[in-house]
Write a protein that binds this ligand. Sequence first.
Ligand code: 13P
Ligand code: SF4
Length: 336
Amino acid sequence: MVDINMDTAVANLEKKGFLDIDVSPELDLFKEIEVLKKEKNAIILAHYYQEADIQDVADYLGDSLGLAQQAAGTKADLILFAGVHFMAETAKILNPQKKVVLPDLKAGCSLADSAPGFLFKAFKEKHPDHIVISYINCSAEVKALSDIICTSSNAEKIVESVPRDQPIIFAPDRNLGAYLIKKTGRDMLLWDGACMVHEIFSLEKITKLKIRHPKAKLIAHPECEEPILRIADFIGSTTGLLKYTQRDDAQEYIVATEAGILHQMELASPQKTFIPAPPNNSCACNDCPHMKLNTLEKLYLCLKYEKPELIMDETLMKAARKPIDRMLEISAQYGL
Ligand code: 13P
Ligand code: SF4
């Protein structure tokens, strides 16, 4: 029977972005989630920036490319995406017939928000001879205006797949774009967007930390600014960073990306020390406020009631799918 708490929660869903229902602290959420997953033939896809409990209940945990590939190949009837909105959108675009739910509809992304579709359209129209490569951290509207999507783990190969005399617009991350220009020697036109989490690392504090930990290696995500990337020992996507810490023989790492990834690094290499890179503020936290809107309670409610559901316009999904498929094809060609 639907109780009053449920009716109110559904009525408030749009305003709040999630199902606000009390969950008994006595409930073993890990067990309940396992039961619900089987009952509904559901898959939980989660990004490394989710809180540790969510990572622990995920069927697949990965970077943006891995998550898109899993979404493209899943046989599940229900996809629960524990990540941010653009990631769930990508899963829905790849599975228009399936139900895609996410624990909190308001889990956005500062980088995706830095490129509103209508402004990006006007920008693109000013450069009709350019093709558009967009980082997956963008809205479905921007994807629909793009020729190829990329992620941090395939961006170099995607840029190199375009003929050298073909002018390119790269959007929306100016830091990843600048890094790719340096790596590939291609002179791309960059959209001026950035991620609030990766732009906040303090070069001064990291330099001091390196002096205090002379054997520690600095590993960084390419969304970081150039001065941080310049002094990094290794640059890669979240999966790239995790794999590097597993194969490399250093014992200490300063990690310049969102701190959620430390959970997997510590699980994979319990004997090693991982230090979150210090940000340029007083709170010393590298959490993405969007990613961290998701909690285990919200995830449980989302799986149980299959809400909030991501609903998207069919025409938009069709247009946004082409550049995602192109990315998946090129990635497969390179065995990525
Ligand atoms: P990757 O996990 O693909 O490296 O992306 C990081 C990120 O910022 C996701 O929002
Ligand atoms: Fe967006 Fe940055 Fe958060 Fe990733 S870490 S979801 S790029 S705001």
